[in-house]
Write a protein that binds this ligand. Sequence first.
Ligand code: MLT
Length: 243
Amino acid sequence: MTVVLLHAFPVNRHLFDGQVEYLTKVGMKVVAPDLAGFGESRVPQEASLALMAEQALAHVHEPAVFAGLSMGGYLLMEILRQAPHMVTGAIFMDTKASADTPEGRAQRLRIADDVLASGDTSGLAEAMLPNLLGATTMAQRPEVVAAVRRWIEQAPPQAVASAQRAMADRPDSFETLRNYEGPGVVLWGAEDVISPTSDQRQMLEAMPQAVAREIPAVGHLSAAEDPGAVNDVLLEVLSDWGA
Ligand code: MLT
């Protein structure tokens, strides 16, 4: 069984280093691609989730369990629309199924313009860190703060702008979740301020078969903030699913 890990915005595949190492060690095949111009991937020519999902699917040659964190979760919802036959299990991490509010959308387009104009993502890193990471991580895990800052500073402005525009256009995905009948997980950090518990409850209502797991003392980037706790959940559900 293959497990595909789809990373968040505006970081890269290293978000899942702890999961790749652990799941590989316990004998699973793991694919954790850089997406949409982040890390070593190409910036898509067009800013759309559909194109980003196509790029992600190009890494996978057989049906697999997909886990998506935040933007990775939006992509997983898009994959469920484009290629549901490829998904044998869906793990949603720190994400949400709602579309943006008009204010949220406008803010994304503003960030896209600003980052292209400045040609630099260090200001974005400074602004986003306290929201991406939980209060506990900000206070007690300086190595995680430094790694996430580095990943954001390495993100190409083009990729940031393109992903923001793509996410601004994403549809409401509750119907997608209601139509999904396979096994699911909704996992989130207890200190996540970007996709808080209320978003997770709504996803669970749309997907009543899904298992709910709240990870204590972590924020939005749960997989990097406490890899061990996230690995425990992944191993538990993947074993249940016979992966
Ligand atoms: C992410 O972590 O991928 C972003 O916070 C998603 C978003 O901006 O909605």
